[in-house]
Design a protein around this ligand. Sequence first.
Ligand code: HEM
Length: 405
Amino acid sequence: MTQTPRVDLFDPDFKANPYPAYAGLRSEAPVHRVALPDGRGIWLVTRYEDVSAILKDERFVKDYRNAMTPEQLAQIPPIPEVMKPLARNMLDTDPPDHERLRSLVQKAFTPRLIERMRPRVQAIADALLDVVQDRGKMDLIDDYAFLLPITVIAELLGVSAEDRNKFREWSNAAVSGDTTQEYMEQILLPHMQAFTDYLRAMFEEKRKNPKDDLNSGLVRAEEAGDSLSEDELLGMMFLLLIAGHETTVNLIGNGMLALLQHPVQLRKLKDDPSLIKPAIEELLRYDGPVETSTERFAREDIAIGGTVIPRGEMVMVVIASADHDPERFADPDALDITRTDNKHLAFGKGIHFCLGAPLARMEGQIAINTLLRRMPELRLADSPESLTWRPGMVLRGLKGLPVEF
Ligand code: HEM
Protein backbone atom coordinates (compact mmCIF):
# COMPACT_ATOMS: atom_id res chain seq x y z
CA MET A 1 0.00 0.00 0.00
CA THR A 2 1.22 3.55 -0.76
CA GLN A 3 2.22 5.66 2.22
CA THR A 4 -0.53 7.88 3.69
CA PRO A 5 0.20 11.51 2.74
CA ARG A 6 1.36 13.90 5.44
CA VAL A 7 -1.19 16.56 6.34
CA ASP A 8 -0.06 19.61 8.29
CA LEU A 9 -2.51 22.48 8.09
CA PHE A 10 -0.06 24.72 9.96
CA ASP A 11 2.82 24.19 7.54
CA PRO A 12 3.10 26.96 4.90
CA ASP A 13 4.44 24.48 2.33
CA PHE A 14 1.46 22.21 2.85
CA LYS A 15 -0.92 25.18 2.64
CA ALA A 16 0.66 26.33 -0.63
CA ASN A 17 -0.82 23.30 -2.41
CA PRO A 18 -2.70 20.78 -0.27
CA TYR A 19 -4.61 19.23 -3.20
CA PRO A 20 -2.19 16.38 -4.03
CA ALA A 21 -2.15 15.30 -0.38
CA TYR A 22 -5.95 15.35 -0.26
CA ALA A 23 -6.07 13.24 -3.45
CA GLY A 24 -3.79 10.75 -1.68
CA LEU A 25 -6.04 10.69 1.38
CA ARG A 26 -9.17 10.14 -0.71
CA SER A 27 -7.66 7.01 -2.21
CA GLU A 28 -5.54 5.71 0.69
CA ALA A 29 -7.21 6.89 3.92
CA PRO A 30 -10.50 8.73 3.31
CA VAL A 31 -11.26 8.84 7.06
CA HIS A 32 -7.93 9.70 8.62
CA ARG A 33 -6.85 10.70 12.13
CA VAL A 34 -4.17 13.39 12.54
CA ALA A 35 -2.71 15.16 15.58
CA LEU A 36 -3.11 18.91 16.05
CA PRO A 37 -0.18 21.00 17.39
CA ASP A 38 -1.85 21.09 20.83
CA GLY A 39 -1.90 17.28 20.96
CA ARG A 40 -5.62 16.74 20.29
CA GLY A 41 -6.56 14.20 17.64
CA ILE A 42 -8.89 15.03 14.81
CA TRP A 43 -10.53 12.97 12.04
CA LEU A 44 -10.27 14.36 8.53
CA VAL A 45 -12.85 13.13 6.01
CA THR A 46 -12.00 13.75 2.35
CA ARG A 47 -14.45 12.03 -0.05
CA TYR A 48 -17.36 14.09 -1.43
CA GLU A 49 -19.99 11.52 -0.56
CA ASP A 50 -18.81 11.13 3.05
CA VAL A 51 -18.36 14.89 3.53
CA SER A 52 -21.84 15.58 2.24
CA ALA A 53 -23.34 12.83 4.44
CA ILE A 54 -21.58 14.05 7.62
CA LEU A 55 -22.72 17.64 7.11
CA LYS A 56 -26.34 16.39 7.02
CA ASP A 57 -25.99 13.83 9.84
CA GLU A 58 -27.46 15.03 13.14
CA ARG A 59 -25.28 12.56 15.05
CA PHE A 60 -22.34 14.86 14.32
CA VAL A 61 -22.97 17.78 16.67
CA LYS A 62 -21.32 21.16 17.07
CA ASP A 63 -21.43 21.51 20.86
CA TYR A 64 -19.02 18.98 22.37
CA ARG A 65 -21.11 18.89 25.54
CA ASN A 66 -23.84 17.16 23.49
CA ALA A 67 -21.38 14.45 22.39
CA MET A 68 -18.85 13.57 25.07
CA THR A 69 -19.05 11.10 27.94
CA PRO A 70 -18.65 12.54 31.48
CA GLU A 71 -15.11 11.10 31.51
CA GLN A 72 -14.21 12.86 28.25
CA LEU A 73 -15.74 16.12 29.46
CA ALA A 74 -13.65 15.98 32.63
CA GLN A 75 -10.50 16.09 30.49
CA ILE A 76 -11.42 19.26 28.64
CA PRO A 77 -9.40 22.21 29.98
CA PRO A 78 -11.59 25.01 31.42
CA ILE A 79 -12.68 27.55 28.81
CA PRO A 80 -11.37 31.08 29.54
CA GLU A 81 -14.21 33.39 30.71
CA VAL A 82 -13.81 35.80 27.81
CA MET A 83 -14.34 33.00 25.25
CA LYS A 84 -17.57 31.62 26.76
CA PRO A 85 -20.07 34.14 25.34
CA LEU A 86 -18.35 34.12 21.95
CA ALA A 87 -19.08 30.39 21.63
CA ARG A 88 -22.81 31.09 22.09
CA ASN A 89 -23.26 31.56 18.36
CA MET A 90 -25.32 29.59 15.83
CA LEU A 91 -22.33 27.87 14.23
CA ASP A 92 -21.25 26.41 17.57
CA THR A 93 -24.71 25.33 18.75
CA ASP A 94 -27.10 22.48 18.04
CA PRO A 95 -30.91 22.45 17.76
CA PRO A 96 -33.05 23.83 19.30
CA ASP A 97 -30.75 26.78 20.15
CA HIS A 98 -29.33 26.78 16.63
CA GLU A 99 -32.74 27.33 14.99
CA ARG A 100 -33.71 30.04 17.46
CA LEU A 101 -30.48 31.97 16.85
CA ARG A 102 -30.50 31.53 13.09
CA SER A 103 -34.15 32.58 12.76
CA LEU A 104 -33.37 35.93 14.41
CA VAL A 105 -31.18 36.99 11.48
CA GLN A 106 -32.26 34.74 8.61
CA LYS A 107 -34.69 37.34 7.24
CA ALA A 108 -31.91 39.90 6.74
CA PHE A 109 -29.96 37.53 4.47
CA THR A 110 -32.58 36.31 1.99
CA PRO A 111 -31.55 36.59 -1.68
CA ARG A 112 -34.30 39.19 -2.28
CA LEU A 113 -33.07 41.56 0.44
CA ILE A 114 -29.43 41.01 -0.46
CA GLU A 115 -30.17 41.82 -4.12
CA ARG A 116 -31.32 45.28 -3.01
CA MET A 117 -27.79 45.96 -1.75
CA ARG A 118 -26.28 45.50 -5.21
CA PRO A 119 -25.96 49.23 -6.09
CA ARG A 120 -24.32 49.96 -2.74
CA VAL A 121 -21.83 47.07 -3.10
CA GLN A 122 -21.02 48.28 -6.61
CA ALA A 123 -20.39 51.81 -5.27
CA ILE A 124 -18.05 50.45 -2.58
CA ALA A 125 -16.09 48.41 -5.16
CA ASP A 126 -15.75 51.45 -7.45
CA ALA A 127 -14.68 53.74 -4.60
CA LEU A 128 -11.96 51.29 -3.54
CA LEU A 129 -10.61 51.05 -7.09
CA ASP A 130 -10.73 54.88 -7.48
CA VAL A 131 -8.14 55.08 -4.70
CA VAL A 132 -5.63 52.82 -6.45
CA GLN A 133 -6.47 53.26 -10.15
CA ASP A 134 -3.66 55.75 -10.88
CA ARG A 135 -1.01 53.88 -8.92
CA GLY A 136 -0.70 51.10 -11.47
CA LYS A 137 -0.22 48.51 -8.73
CA MET A 138 -1.78 47.34 -5.47
CA ASP A 139 -1.96 44.51 -3.01
CA LEU A 140 -5.21 42.98 -4.15
CA ILE A 141 -5.87 41.58 -0.66
CA ASP A 142 -5.12 44.65 1.48
CA ASP A 143 -6.38 47.31 -0.92
CA TYR A 144 -9.50 45.60 -2.23
CA ALA A 145 -10.47 42.03 -1.33
CA PHE A 146 -10.43 42.66 2.43
CA LEU A 147 -11.93 46.17 2.36
CA LEU A 148 -14.96 45.32 0.23
CA PRO A 149 -16.64 42.66 2.40
CA ILE A 150 -15.66 44.26 5.72
CA THR A 151 -17.25 47.54 4.64
CA VAL A 152 -20.41 45.75 3.45
CA ILE A 153 -20.90 43.64 6.58
CA ALA A 154 -20.09 46.59 8.87
CA GLU A 155 -22.76 48.71 7.14
CA LEU A 156 -25.27 45.88 7.19
CA LEU A 157 -24.78 45.29 10.90
CA GLY A 158 -24.54 48.96 11.81
CA VAL A 159 -20.92 48.89 12.97
CA SER A 160 -18.58 51.76 12.16
CA ALA A 161 -16.58 50.83 9.05
CA GLU A 162 -13.78 53.10 10.29
CA ASP A 163 -12.97 50.48 12.91
CA ARG A 164 -12.35 47.83 10.24
CA ASN A 165 -8.62 47.57 10.89
CA LYS A 166 -9.33 46.71 14.50
CA PHE A 167 -11.79 43.99 13.41
CA ARG A 168 -9.20 42.64 11.06
CA GLU A 169 -6.64 42.25 13.83
CA TRP A 170 -9.15 40.72 16.25
CA SER A 171 -10.70 38.39 13.75
CA ASN A 172 -7.34 37.26 12.35
CA ALA A 173 -6.47 36.24 15.93
CA ALA A 174 -9.79 34.43 16.35
CA VAL A 175 -9.49 32.37 13.16
CA SER A 176 -5.78 31.54 13.27
CA GLY A 177 -6.62 28.15 14.82
CA ASP A 178 -3.41 28.33 16.88
CA THR A 179 -4.27 26.80 20.26
CA THR A 180 -0.81 26.71 21.80
CA GLN A 181 -0.66 28.08 25.36
CA GLU A 182 1.66 30.90 24.37
CA TYR A 183 -0.58 32.11 21.54
CA MET A 184 -3.68 31.89 23.72
CA GLU A 185 -2.15 33.97 26.50
CA GLN A 186 -0.28 36.54 24.49
CA ILE A 187 -2.47 37.07 21.45
CA LEU A 188 -5.86 35.39 21.48
CA LEU A 189 -7.23 36.24 24.93
CA PRO A 190 -6.15 39.93 24.98
CA HIS A 191 -7.58 40.39 21.47
CA MET A 192 -10.85 38.70 22.38
CA GLN A 193 -11.12 40.85 25.49
CA ALA A 194 -10.69 43.98 23.35
CA PHE A 195 -13.24 42.70 20.81
CA THR A 196 -15.78 41.93 23.55
CA ASP A 197 -15.29 45.32 25.24
CA TYR A 198 -15.78 47.01 21.88
CA LEU A 199 -18.99 45.11 21.14
CA ARG A 200 -20.44 45.73 24.61
CA ALA A 201 -19.79 49.48 24.30
CA MET A 202 -21.49 49.41 20.89
CA PHE A 203 -24.58 47.64 22.30
CA GLU A 204 -24.81 50.33 24.99
CA GLU A 205 -24.74 52.98 22.30
CA LYS A 206 -27.45 51.19 20.25
CA ARG A 207 -29.65 50.95 23.34
CA LYS A 208 -29.45 54.71 23.74
CA ASN A 209 -29.63 55.61 20.05
CA PRO A 210 -31.25 52.77 18.11
CA LYS A 211 -30.91 52.96 14.32
CA ASP A 212 -32.50 51.08 11.45
CA ASP A 213 -29.80 48.39 11.32
CA LEU A 214 -29.45 44.70 12.19
CA ASN A 215 -27.45 45.42 15.30
CA SER A 216 -30.16 47.67 16.79
CA GLY A 217 -32.75 45.01 15.94
CA LEU A 218 -30.74 42.36 17.78
CA VAL A 219 -30.26 44.64 20.79
CA ARG A 220 -34.06 45.09 20.87
CA ALA A 221 -34.52 41.30 20.73
CA GLU A 222 -32.08 40.92 23.61
CA GLU A 223 -33.96 43.53 25.65
CA ALA A 224 -37.28 41.77 25.00
CA GLY A 225 -35.73 38.94 26.93
CA ASP A 226 -36.99 35.59 25.68
CA SER A 227 -35.25 35.09 22.33
CA LEU A 228 -31.65 36.25 22.84
CA SER A 229 -29.47 36.48 25.94
CA GLU A 230 -26.70 39.04 26.29
CA ASP A 231 -24.03 36.37 25.77
CA GLU A 232 -25.83 35.22 22.63
CA LEU A 233 -26.01 38.78 21.33
CA LEU A 234 -22.25 38.97 21.74
CA GLY A 235 -21.75 35.59 20.07
CA MET A 236 -24.01 36.60 17.16
CA MET A 237 -22.16 39.83 16.36
CA PHE A 238 -18.82 38.09 16.74
CA LEU A 239 -19.81 35.37 14.25
CA LEU A 240 -21.45 37.69 11.71
CA LEU A 241 -18.52 40.10 11.66
CA ILE A 242 -15.95 37.35 11.26
CA ALA A 243 -17.88 35.09 8.87
CA GLY A 244 -18.95 38.16 6.92
CA HIS A 245 -15.48 39.05 5.74
CA GLU A 246 -12.82 36.40 6.55
CA THR A 247 -14.29 34.19 3.85
CA THR A 248 -15.28 36.60 1.06
CA VAL A 249 -11.79 38.15 1.09
CA ASN A 250 -10.54 34.71 0.04
CA LEU A 251 -13.18 34.25 -2.66
CA ILE A 252 -11.90 37.44 -4.30
CA GLY A 253 -8.20 36.67 -3.61
CA ASN A 254 -8.11 32.95 -4.48
CA GLY A 255 -10.54 33.54 -7.33
CA MET A 256 -8.43 36.25 -8.96
CA LEU A 257 -5.27 34.20 -8.52
CA ALA A 258 -6.91 31.24 -10.25
CA LEU A 259 -8.12 33.39 -13.15
CA LEU A 260 -4.72 35.07 -13.57
CA GLN A 261 -3.14 31.63 -13.79
CA HIS A 262 -5.67 30.46 -16.41
CA PRO A 263 -5.52 33.03 -19.24
CA VAL A 264 -8.02 31.20 -21.46
CA GLN A 265 -10.67 31.24 -18.72
CA LEU A 266 -9.82 34.83 -17.86
CA ARG A 267 -10.25 35.89 -21.48
CA LYS A 268 -13.62 34.11 -21.68
CA LEU A 269 -14.90 36.04 -18.68
CA LYS A 270 -13.55 39.38 -19.92
CA ASP A 271 -15.22 38.81 -23.29
CA ASP A 272 -18.52 37.84 -21.71
CA PRO A 273 -19.02 39.27 -18.19
CA SER A 274 -22.45 37.59 -18.03
CA LEU A 275 -20.52 34.37 -17.32
CA ILE A 276 -19.75 35.73 -13.85
CA LYS A 277 -22.40 33.62 -12.07
CA PRO A 278 -21.09 30.20 -13.16
CA ALA A 279 -17.54 31.60 -12.88
CA ILE A 280 -18.01 32.42 -9.19
CA GLU A 281 -19.44 28.93 -8.54
CA GLU A 282 -16.40 27.41 -10.26
CA LEU A 283 -13.96 29.59 -8.31
CA LEU A 284 -15.71 28.55 -5.08
CA ARG A 285 -15.22 24.92 -6.07
CA TYR A 286 -11.74 25.17 -7.56
CA ASP A 287 -9.98 26.96 -4.69
CA GLY A 288 -12.67 27.96 -2.21
CA PRO A 289 -12.24 30.17 0.86
CA VAL A 290 -13.03 27.38 3.36
CA GLU A 291 -10.59 24.47 3.33
CA THR A 292 -12.10 22.38 6.11
CA SER A 293 -15.44 22.79 7.86
CA THR A 294 -15.48 23.90 11.47
CA GLU A 295 -15.33 21.05 13.98
CA ARG A 296 -18.05 18.55 14.73
CA PHE A 297 -18.20 15.84 17.42
CA ALA A 298 -19.52 12.29 17.11
CA ARG A 299 -22.48 11.83 19.48
CA GLU A 300 -22.05 8.04 19.30
CA ASP A 301 -19.66 5.60 17.59
CA ILE A 302 -20.27 6.19 13.86
CA ALA A 303 -18.92 4.15 10.94
CA ILE A 304 -17.94 6.21 7.89
CA GLY A 305 -16.66 4.29 4.88
CA GLY A 306 -15.70 1.31 7.07
CA THR A 307 -13.84 3.34 9.73
CA VAL A 308 -15.45 3.87 13.14
CA ILE A 309 -15.22 7.38 14.58
CA PRO A 310 -15.60 6.86 18.33
CA ARG A 311 -18.07 8.86 20.43
CA GLY A 312 -16.82 12.29 21.55
CA GLU A 313 -14.05 12.55 18.95
CA MET A 314 -13.58 15.61 16.77
CA VAL A 315 -14.20 15.55 13.00
CA MET A 316 -13.47 18.09 10.30
CA VAL A 317 -14.67 17.46 6.78
CA VAL A 318 -12.26 18.66 4.10
CA ILE A 319 -14.37 20.76 1.74
CA ALA A 320 -11.36 21.51 -0.51
CA SER A 321 -10.93 17.78 -1.02
CA ALA A 322 -14.61 16.95 -1.55
CA ASP A 323 -14.79 19.64 -4.22
CA HIS A 324 -11.91 17.98 -6.12
CA ASP A 325 -13.25 14.43 -5.85
CA PRO A 326 -13.15 12.82 -9.32
CA GLU A 327 -16.03 10.54 -8.25
CA ARG A 328 -18.21 13.66 -8.19
CA PHE A 329 -16.68 16.18 -10.63
CA ALA A 330 -15.46 15.58 -14.18
CA ASP A 331 -11.81 16.64 -14.52
CA PRO A 332 -11.88 18.21 -11.03
CA ASP A 333 -8.45 19.87 -11.15
CA ALA A 334 -9.34 21.84 -14.28
CA LEU A 335 -10.78 25.34 -13.98
CA ASP A 336 -13.84 25.67 -16.22
CA ILE A 337 -15.93 28.78 -15.62
CA THR A 338 -18.75 27.36 -17.74
CA ARG A 339 -19.01 24.11 -15.73
CA THR A 340 -22.69 23.22 -15.37
CA ASP A 341 -22.78 20.20 -13.04
CA ASN A 342 -21.27 22.06 -10.08
CA LYS A 343 -22.89 21.13 -6.76
CA HIS A 344 -19.84 22.19 -4.76
CA LEU A 345 -19.77 22.22 -0.97
CA ALA A 346 -17.98 25.57 -0.56
CA PHE A 347 -20.87 26.90 1.55
CA GLY A 348 -21.32 23.66 3.50
CA LYS A 349 -24.58 21.71 3.65
CA GLY A 350 -27.40 20.87 6.08
CA ILE A 351 -28.59 23.06 8.93
CA HIS A 352 -25.36 25.09 9.13
CA PHE A 353 -25.33 25.88 5.39
CA CYS A 354 -23.80 29.34 5.02
CA LEU A 355 -26.25 32.04 6.06
CA GLY A 356 -24.33 34.59 4.01
CA ALA A 357 -24.16 32.64 0.72
CA PRO A 358 -26.38 35.08 -1.27
CA LEU A 359 -24.35 38.04 0.01
CA ALA A 360 -20.99 36.35 -0.64
CA ARG A 361 -22.01 35.38 -4.18
CA MET A 362 -23.14 38.91 -4.98
CA GLU A 363 -19.99 40.45 -3.50
CA GLY A 364 -17.78 38.03 -5.44
CA GLN A 365 -19.60 38.68 -8.72
CA ILE A 366 -19.35 42.47 -8.36
CA ALA A 367 -15.77 42.47 -7.03
CA ILE A 368 -14.32 40.37 -9.85
CA ASN A 369 -16.27 41.82 -12.75
CA THR A 370 -15.54 45.39 -11.63
CA LEU A 371 -11.86 44.61 -11.36
CA LEU A 372 -11.73 43.07 -14.85
CA ARG A 373 -13.71 45.91 -16.39
CA ARG A 374 -11.69 48.71 -14.82
CA MET A 375 -8.27 47.08 -14.96
CA PRO A 376 -8.30 44.89 -18.06
CA GLU A 377 -4.49 44.61 -18.06
CA LEU A 378 -4.36 43.29 -14.50
CA ARG A 379 -1.51 40.80 -13.97
CA LEU A 380 0.49 39.20 -11.14
CA ALA A 381 3.40 41.39 -9.97
CA ASP A 382 5.30 38.40 -8.51
CA SER A 383 5.63 34.75 -9.41
CA PRO A 384 2.85 32.54 -7.99
CA GLU A 385 5.53 30.53 -6.10
CA SER A 386 6.46 33.61 -4.05
CA LEU A 387 2.94 34.04 -2.65
CA THR A 388 2.32 32.94 0.93
CA TRP A 389 -0.85 31.44 2.34
CA ARG A 390 -2.22 32.12 5.79
CA PRO A 391 -1.53 29.14 8.04
CA GLY A 392 -4.21 27.37 10.05
CA MET A 393 -7.29 25.26 9.69
CA VAL A 394 -10.70 26.08 8.24
CA LEU A 395 -9.79 29.06 6.05
CA ARG A 396 -7.76 29.07 2.88
CA GLY A 397 -6.44 32.43 1.73
CA LEU A 398 -3.42 34.44 0.68
CA LYS A 399 -1.52 36.79 2.95
CA GLY A 400 -1.07 39.19 0.05
CA LEU A 401 -1.51 39.30 -3.72
CA PRO A 402 0.62 42.00 -5.43
CA VAL A 403 -0.75 42.91 -8.86
CA GLU A 404 0.02 45.46 -11.57
CA PHE A 405 -2.38 47.04 -14.03
C1 HEM B 1 -17.42 33.13 -0.14
C2 HEM B 1 -17.71 33.41 1.10
C3 HEM B 1 -18.18 32.43 2.11
C4 HEM B 1 -17.95 31.09 2.21
C5 HEM B 1 -17.14 30.20 1.27
C6 HEM B 1 -18.63 30.63 3.39
C7 HEM B 1 -18.65 29.32 3.82
C8 HEM B 1 -19.34 28.84 4.93
C9 HEM B 1 -19.37 27.46 5.34
C10 HEM B 1 -18.61 26.31 4.68
C11 HEM B 1 -20.17 27.39 6.43
C12 HEM B 1 -20.52 26.11 7.22
C13 HEM B 1 -19.40 25.73 8.17
C14 HEM B 1 -19.62 24.40 8.84
O1 HEM B 1 -20.68 23.76 8.65
O2 HEM B 1 -18.72 23.96 9.58
C15 HEM B 1 -20.67 28.73 6.71
C16 HEM B 1 -21.51 29.05 7.74
C17 HEM B 1 -21.89 30.35 8.02
N1 HEM B 1 -21.61 31.48 7.27
FE1 HEM B 1 -20.54 31.58 5.58
N2 HEM B 1 -19.26 31.68 3.99
C18 HEM B 1 -19.03 32.80 3.24
C19 HEM B 1 -19.50 34.09 3.47
C20 HEM B 1 -20.32 34.44 4.51
C21 HEM B 1 -20.86 35.77 4.70
C22 HEM B 1 -20.65 36.99 3.79
C23 HEM B 1 -21.60 35.72 5.84
C24 HEM B 1 -22.34 36.91 6.36
C25 HEM B 1 -22.92 37.05 7.43
C26 HEM B 1 -21.54 34.35 6.35
C27 HEM B 1 -22.15 33.89 7.49
C28 HEM B 1 -22.18 32.56 7.91
C29 HEM B 1 -22.87 32.11 9.10
C30 HEM B 1 -23.63 32.98 10.08
C31 HEM B 1 -22.69 30.72 9.18
C32 HEM B 1 -23.23 29.77 10.23
C33 HEM B 1 -24.58 29.24 9.80
C34 HEM B 1 -25.19 28.27 10.79
O3 HEM B 1 -24.50 27.79 11.70
O4 HEM B 1 -26.39 28.01 10.66
N3 HEM B 1 -20.76 33.61 5.51
N4 HEM B 1 -20.15 29.59 5.78
